[in-house]
Design a protein around this ligand. Structure first.
Ligand SMILES: C[S@@+](CC[C@H](N)C(=O)[O-])C[C@H]1O[C@@H](n2cnc3c(N)ncnc32)[C@H](O)[C@@H]1O
Length: 282
């Protein structure tokens, strides 16, 4: 049942972005920008003998496929989970196109308990916790799915994002995103609650690092307006901005993206490597 490629469950309301092919371009840009730092951090942290990897909230699978490549030479395998069938469908198509045989996908909402009868050397998630309201069950799953002394790698954003030179529409769009997050309980500014939360977990904090890319090309900078487009209706719905302001912001963000004179900050990422402590035996 659960350890098949997918199974049915309702998707949560908390995930505010599009899913499936509708969000392909945005997630491609995200991966081009953020994968290098993620790969560097993971490569510097993980033991060479890690063979089994679980990714939670895999999206379109970019990191999951990279992990599958990393562990193939030691006969390792990856399980990747997402709550969205549309995301899993993109992953399955990619897996079949590339003929990758050491990766399996499961559809599951990680805010409800998951038992797939195995524990992993590495449990990984990136850009997921921001969208999770109930961290308690999520982390219970993380701990139960990680082997004793196994690694938990979490990478989440902080939202401060400005431009050089200053353009008021850039911080205003971030402010609106954060205010929307407060209304719908999405923690776009995730580093602080995450750091506080892990202090009370039964883990050792092996490493913590911040990285932040610069958005320079029109494609990289399009991340900002592509994300804004996906929250426009919610901003109107919650009365956080008027339609004319939203349209003006959208136009400005597109102009900033096309204008070579602007350099934007990408989101700052907090990378954490946690090690699960074995139970104390008497
Ligand atoms: C912003 S995307 C990040 C995708 C990928 N981790 C990456 O870094 O490219 C967040 C993903 O988490 C998934 N997600 C959100 N809430 C989830 C939950 N409760 N359980 C499992 N997946 C979830 C979404 O469907 C989405 O695919």
């Amino acid at each position: 049942m659960q350890n098949q490629d997918s199974y049915s469950k309702d998707e949560s309301e908390a995930y505010i972005h599009d899913v499936g092919y509708a969000d392909r371009e945005r997630l491609e840009i995200l991966t081009e920008l953020y994968d290098p730092a993620s790969r560097d951090f993971i490569t510097s942290q993980l033991p060479d003998n890690a063979r089994s990897v679980l990714e939670i909230g895999c999206g379109h699978g970019q990191m999951a496929f990279w992990f599958a490549d990393q562990v193939r030479s030691r006969s390792g395998a990856v399980v990747a989970i997402d709550e969205s069938q549309a995301q899993i469908d993109v992953c399955l198509q990619r897996r079949d196109e590339r003929g990758i045989d050491n990766i399996r996908f499961i559809r599951h909402d990680m805010t409800s308990t998951l038992d797939i009868g195995e524990a992993f050397d590495v449990v990984y998630c990136r850009f997921v916790l921001a969208h999770i309201t109930n961290w308690t069950t999520f982390f219970e799953n993380v701990l139960s799915l990680c082997k004793d002394n196994g690694s938990i790698v979490i990478e989440e954003p902080t939202t401060r994002r400005f431009s050089i030179p200053h353009h008021p529409s850039v911080p205003r769009s971030v402010e609106l995103l954060e205010r929307l997050g407060e209304r719908i309980n999405v923690k776009f500014n995730c580093a602080e609650p995450l750091w506080t939360y892990v202090q009370n977990m039964d883990v050792a904090i092996e490493a913590a690092q911040f990285t932040q890319p610069a958005l320079r090309t029109p494609r990289q900078k399009s991340l900002i307006w592509r994300s804004f487009v996906q929250i426009r209706d919610r901003l109107r719905e919650f009365g956080l901005a008027t339609s004319p302001e939203i349209e003006a912001l959208y136009r400005d963000l597109r102009n900033v993206a096309e204008d070579d004179g602007y350099l934007l900050e990408g989101v700052r990422i907090l990378h954490l490597h946690l090690r699960k402590r074995p139970p104390v035996r008497n």
